[in-house]
Design a protein around this ligand. Structure first.
Ligand code: TYD
Ligand code: MG
Length: 462
């Protein structure tokens, strides 16, 4: 575990160190909480004095003292939404960027966060004032990239600054409609002595920025780094503070990037936008079904096409499995883009209710294209892919499947079955295996719908 750098001490005595486990406050930093004994849990905090000395600043849009009012007295104004120039990004945001909202964009280094934002900002600057604050790259680097991408950035304002008060003072003068902070881990407030990027700095700086957004009606994008474990670096509170949290997904080797909304106060969660990274930056992919399926000329074993539904859109993805004899006492169960525990459970169901055992086999399952499938509708595809690989029997090229598998070996219906079936038909699939309850009432032309109730039925069909 990385040990946080010991802060320089709180000379001005405006800060305390509070334990994130038990809340005990201490005047000095220590590696262990003196009260509850938790290690590395002391986080620097600002003391807010009653004289108001440390109370946060007010920005030009500040509406005055707070009062209690009736909910009906609040005038209802429709969210003002601004188009980002990317319809895929607009959809993930819930139909455009909402004025005064704070959006956190997380993702691995080099996945394309800065590229996406500079492209979006270039387009946004045609409609609203924009300010791009860079703490990671120099002004030259940002400008060079924008130039290379051929963006019209004559109206984009740039700032290289990392102190949050100075950023906000300048923003208050510029009055941009959209503000980008790249990245939140480089921003710091001098009210705290901790190093930029530490939990207290990230939390405090984000609080200032979000408050600025709410008071002035400025939309802000915060770029956040992701730890090795895949969570946003810095405190979880960051996710609570903002309105929308978007994650960049996709593996470095694939040029496709998926942006997923994991939290959104203004739209559907789990909505995804699909992009492809090319030499001219990110390009949106409006028909993602076509790209996550590798069309084999002749059918290959271990490959199954499933219809998943990400957010509000059905999408065809390919699930691949490899089942190989194992020489390990504990055979491997490896998944990429799927839940590993779920695979173990499905193999147990297959053994109990299908009579097919894989206890002496390594099982690898992968979703093609770096997509992550989080829903249980993938169950049937996973099992059929594993079976097809074990028996080395390819499934037909024109077959698509979906369905959840229960512990009793039953195939359970999934949401939006009709839409998924239509998506398969639209992309030229001739056969689908679906849960019985998802069977469409009317037959679909050119599509054979095989409705199953139990796992054994599905296996028998192949
Ligand atoms: P970047 O936006 O700098 O990543 P982040 O801000 O998330 O760390 O993305 C940089 C990566 O994208 C880098 O590996 C190169 C690649 N890239 C392209 O392939 N084409 C392009 O036009 C650009 C601008 C970047
Ligand atoms: Mg970057």
């Amino acid at each position: 575990m990385a040990i946080a750098k010991k802060p320089a001490g709180n000379k001005a005595n405006k800060t305390v160190f509070s334990c994130s486990e038990c809340g005990t406050q201490a005047p000095k930093w220590a590696g262990q909480c003196g009260d509850c004994g938790a290690w590395n849990s002391l986080i620097e905090d600002i003391i807010t004095t009653s004289s108001g000395k440390n109370t946060p600043p007010r920005y030009s849009g500040y509406a005055g003292e707070s009062e209690v009012c009736n909910i009906t007295d609040v005038s209802v104004i429709d969210d003002v939404r601004i188009e980002t120039g990317f319809s895929e990004l607009d959809r993930v945001l819930g139909d455009g960027l909402v004025q005064g909202s704070a959006v956190l964009i997380g993702g691995d280094p080099g996945i394309g966060k800065s590229t996406l934002l500079i492209q979006a900002i270039a387009s946004l600057s045609q409609r609203v004032g924009t300010l791009y604050v860079t703490g990671e790259e120099s002004l030259q680097q940002v400008s060079l990239r924008a130039h290379r991408l051929g963006l019209s950035t004559d109206k984009v304002r740039l700032l290289s600054e990392t102190q949050v008060q100075r950023i906000l003072a300048l923003a208050d003068k510029e009055k941009p409609g959209v503000l980008v902070i790249d990245s939140i881990q480089t921003v710091y407030t001098d009210q705290l002595n901790s190093a930029p990027g530490s939990v207290s700095q990230v939390r405090e700086s984000a609080a200032h920025l979000v408050q600025y957004a709410k008071q002035t009606g400025t939309a802000i994008f915060l770029v956040g780094h992701v730890t090795k474990e895949g969570a946003l670096a810095g405190p979880r509170v960051l996710e609570h503070m903002v309105d929308t949290v978007l994650y960049f997904e996709g593996d470095a080797s694939s040029r496709f990037r998926v942006i997923r909304a994991v939290k959104n106060r203004f739209g559907a969660v789990n909505e995804v936008g699909v992009f492809a990274m090319g030499d001219k930056g990110l390009r949106e992919v409006s028909n993602p079904s076509a790209i996550f399926v590798s069309r084999h000329e002749t059918p290959v074993s271990g490959s199954v096409i499933m219809v998943t539904r990400e957010g509000t859109r059905p999408m065809l993805v390919e699930v691949q499995a490899l089942v190989a004899e194992s020489h390990l006492p504990n055979p491997r169960r490896v998944t990429v883009g799927l839940d590993q525990n779920r695979l173990a459970m499905l193999l147990a169901v297959l053994q109990r209710h299908g009579g097919i055992t894989m206890y002496d086999q390594d099982v690898f399952v992968n979703v093609v294209g770096g997509v992550r499938v989080t829903e249980t509708a993938a169950d049937l595809a996973v099992i059929l892919a594993a079976l097809s690989s074990m028996r080395d029997k390819p499934l037909p090229n024109d077959l698509a499947v979906f369905g959840e598998i229960g512990l009793a070996g039953e195939i359970r219906p999934v949401q939006n079955g009709q839409e998924r079936i239509k998506e398969a038909a639209q992309h030229g699939y001739k056969r689908v295996i679906v849960p019985l309850a998802n069977k469409p009432a009317k037959p679909i032309k050119g599509l054979e719908v095989i409705a199953v109730q139990r796992l054994v039925e599905a296996i028998e069909h192949l």
